[in-house]
Design a protein around this ligand. Structure first.
Ligand code: IPE
Ligand code: IPE
Ligand code: MG
Length: 247
């Protein structure tokens, strides 16, 4: 089983367009998929699930769409509160949270605090999040520590950087899933994704089901993670992994 799964929940707008509906209806349907997948993830025993809900770059979308997304986020946090607390889920948030509207920030902070003692699964919401922005922020903190004499610049290594990256406090992602058909990371978990397995689904996020998650995990389980090494047996790729199926 992957320990930490990250999901780039893409395709809400196209899902709505296919139905002749407003993009916000796609986001609404997407929020139902979030509830569904969080429950499945908890049931199958994932240790950490990180959901890319809103990127730093997404602030530049039309104001009505941004407002609709923030309202859905607010409702999600209120309506899922008992589900999260009752199922031992610890909620965390990463990203430039100061940009969130005050009412969203308030319920988010409250639920993160109230669930902090939970340990069955960590659900991290990436909100106003950018992987490059996260690295830049870590660099500012590291530089300040070095300038204050608390850190020897020569001693800065991968682990120093990792320890300053909030998205990696639950460990590097083992599997990153992107729905919606695009094959890119769009600024998600950049530092931690160095050796993540990637799974791309053509399914739009509102249509993503439990079965789709199982397909992604099954694909992960067929892969041989080598981390740059030559593994015991040395034969290299298994016939399955060599097949033309890019997943
Ligand atoms: C993902 O769906 C949700 C967010 C980025 C907030 P999109 O809104 O990007 O949907 P598409 O990619 O336009 O279909
Ligand atoms: C990535 O999707 C962000 C989220 C899913 C929250 P985007 O739709 O913003 O990414 P691009 O524009 O296709 O790269
Ligand atoms: Mg998109």
């Amino acid at each position: 089983m992957p320990r930490h799964v990250g999901i780039i929940m893409d395709g809400n707008g196209r899902w709505a367009a296919q139905r002749g509906e407003d993009r916000c209806e796609g986001h609404r349907a997407g929020s139902h998929a979030v509830r569904r997948i969080v429950r499945v993830a908890r049931r199958i025993g994932l240790e950490a699930l990180t959901l890319y809900a809103f990127s730093f770059q997404n602030w530049a979308r039309p104001p009505a769409e941004v407002a609709g997304l923030m309202a859905l986020l607010h409702d999600f946090l209120i309506e899922e509160r008992s589900e999260i607390l009752g199922n031992g889920i610890r909620l965390a948030a990463i990203g430039d949270l100061d940009q969130l509207p005050a009412p969203v920030r308030a319920v988010l902070d409250q639920l993160c605090a109230d669930s902090a003692h939970n340990s069955r699964m960590t659900l991290t919401l990436a909100l106003s999040y950018g992987g490059q922005e996260e690295i830049a922020q870590a660099m500012r903190v590291i530089a300040a520590e070095a300038a204050a004499g608390k850190l020897d610049p020569q001693a800065i290594d991968i682990d120093t950087i990792r320890s300053h990256i909030p998205s990696l406090q639950v460990g590097d992602p083992d599997l990153i899933i992107r729905t919606g058909g695009e094959r890119r990371l769009s600024n998600f978990l950049l530092f931690g994704s160095a050796y993540a397995e990637l799974f791309f689904s053509d399914r739009h996020w509102p249509d993503f089901t439990e079965e789709d998650l199982f397909l992604a995990i099954a694909s992960y389980q067929r892969r041989e993670r080598r981390f740059g090494l030559v593994l015991e047996g040395g034969a290299g790729l298994s016939p399955r992994a060599k097949s033309s199926d890019s997943n």
